[in-house]
Design a protein around this ligand. Sequence first.
Ligand code: NAD
Length: 443
Amino acid sequence: MNILVIGTGYVGLVTGTCFAEMGNIVTCIDIDNKKIDSLNNGKVPIFEPGLDDMVKSNLNDKRLYFSSDICGNISKKDIIIIAVGTPENKDGSPNLNYVFDVAKEIGKNINSYTVIINKSTVPVGTAHQVGSIISDQIVKRGKEIDFSVVSNPEFLKEGDAINDFMRPDRIIIGSENQNAIQKIRYLYGPFTMNHDRLLIMGVKEAELSKYASNAMLAAKISFINEIASICDNLSIDIESVRKGIGSDSRIGYSFIYPGVGYGGSCFSKDVKALINTSKESGSEPLLLDAIEKRNRKQKQIMFKYVMDEFGNDIKNKIFTVWGLSFKPGTDDMREAPSIDFINSVINSGAKIQAFDPVANNEAIKCFPSDWIKDGRLIFFNDNYEALIKSNALVLMTEWKLFRNPIIEKIKTYMNDYIIFDGRNQFDPDYIVKNGFTYKGVGR
Ligand code: NAD
């Protein structure tokens, strides 16, 4: 098939590359010229395991193309995929301007029947609005061209995106148009050969499924973090409680790891968007509000632990942060809890020495340049060197690299032996036996 992907970010680039890998001819479009130039030179601008090689091989085999010319690339495509961002507005509602801009361009330029897949996460009713915008543009041109807008929300996880795309749990197709459904069945055929994982449903049901899915995952995280807070107050160990509930097959272990709160470009934005939808529908978002409220508080948990330990005075202390990205396996810093922690610590007069195996360059952009110039915030290329003269180590992101650190080596660098474990990665007994003070989340 001849496919056009509009929006070449985390979702668009993975989607386009995986479809090219299956033998389709794919052009990925972006308004960011720098990104397109870099991709045309075989350089992938994001860190996503396995993506680099796949982009290069499909570029070489002439199945994958990158361009910033949207108009010149729309005609004669079997399928157009919209994968632009839907960031949150100040009031928490999603900003749909990028999606609607793309819809306008499609309406101005399509010449024959085209299936338009919306992969961006959008509120109920957006596919319908996209359809109206496209129709208006076609009418303005005095033409009659048929098209279908289908909702196909994306469920990939950054850090494991290729695997998720290639071996999806399910593919949701929201459409009532049999012709469009047939085309998409064919498109996804190679990914669903062994198990039919295509779920066909109404457009609005598909749109809501994505938000409900992310809100459910966010709810599990906020739930366990709330239980961790009770554990802190009662001096009991959340890790035993976690196993105690996770072993129930009705509950399971996934997404019940206590930590520093959820980050990333999706959970917070999508819970807020669903709160908005709930209110607009006349429902009361009681639980959804609480998920977000707990998460906002949770993002301050490491700072609270630090202040408790240092008697609310951390002036001129040095804190080492291991892990900056919102989760391991990605350089994505959007909504990363490390940002909240670093801001609070530096605003309280202390210094930060930070290390992340892949996200240092993205992280630098998240803080005032003054902090970097005057040494309040220093980035290191080695996790041990980041501990030099440090008063405490704070683990924010659970990269595998941090799982078994050489404790004797840590000691040679640090001034004080204190570890705040934001992901409950370390064995507290082992850490304490080695002369450290240890504080985990809810333990
Ligand atoms: P992103 O910010 O990484 O990428 C979006 C891209 O769209 C950017 O490169 C931007 O320059 C481009 N763009 C904006 N307007 C454009 C236009 N008019 N024409 C061409 N390109 C344009 O965003 P993302 O993380 O890939 O997310 C995209 C959508 O997918 C969002 O709705 C998001 O909620 C959803 N989603 C994201 C993930 C994830 O893990 N990142 C997972 C599932 C769903």
